[in-house]
Design a protein around this ligand. Structure first.
Ligand SMILES: Nc1nc2c(ncn2[C@@H]2O[C@H](COP(=O)(O)OP(=O)(O)OP(=O)(O)O)[C@@H](O)[C@H]2O)c(=O)[nH]1
Ligand SMILES: [Mg+2]
Length: 170
């Protein structure tokens, strides 16, 4: 039977959450109102059916910290998390730590994949350093470089997540 996976994209402002979701959709985004402590905010949302017939329901968190209540509302319904890290920011390892800490419950309950955007060969910190930060938070998950504008790369990222969800029997 075909499955439905509700997947949440998170990460710092401008990292490429909206771009990643729209790359998967292949069309511009539809915004949907989600209640964050009584305040409706627009979140990225779209559905895509994979070649195998499974449906992905994609959501992106609003970037700004003042929307943290919205993050929790989105996390409650999610079945897996994609953390996007912007390698071009001043402290990408610290950024990753913040997002892992905010979503530890979701990660423990489902699964996680870390995509490092705007990273080029030889850039420091390397992918190992991001994996170390995750391990220090008790999170063992794939860490890959990704260009969110490339549908194939975003699909690969999501595949790494789906493999984990399947191995958990979800
Ligand atoms: N050059 C380059 N541009 C990138 C890369 N990743 C993302 N971008 C660009 O960065 C921008 C990201 O914008 P959004 O997708 O709106 O980012 P967002 O995370 O949704 O931002 P907020 O919703 O404001 O938090 C887009 O214009 C992307 O094309 C990358 O690896 N290289
Ligand atoms: Mg966005």
């Amino acid at each position: 039977m075909n499955q439905e996976h509700r997947i949440l994209f998170t990460g710092t402002i401008g990292v490429g959450k909206s771009t990643a979701v729209s790359s998967l959709l292949g069309v511009p985004l539809v915004s949907e109102a989600v209640d964050g402590d009584g305040v409706p905010v627009a979140v990225d949302h779209g559905d895509v059916v994979l070649d195998n017939g499974d449906r992905l329901r994609l959501y992106g968190t609003p970037g700004q910290r003042r929307f943290e209540p919205t993050w929790r509302a989105l996390a409650d319904g999610a079945m897996g998390l994609v953390v996007l890290v912007d390698h071009a920011r001043p402290a990408p390892l610290a950024d990753l730590a913040i997002y892992l800490e905010n979503f530890l419950d979701l990660i423990a309950r489902t699964g996680c994949v870390i995509g490092v955007a705007r990273m080029h060969a030889g850039n420091e910190p390397g992918l190992d350093a991001f994996a170390d930060v995750a391990a220090r938070h008790g999170v063992v998950c794939p860490v890959v470089a990704v260009d969110v504008r490339d549908r194939g790369q975003v699909l690969s990222l999501v595949d790494l997540l789906l493999v984990q969800l399947e191995s958990r029997g979800g």
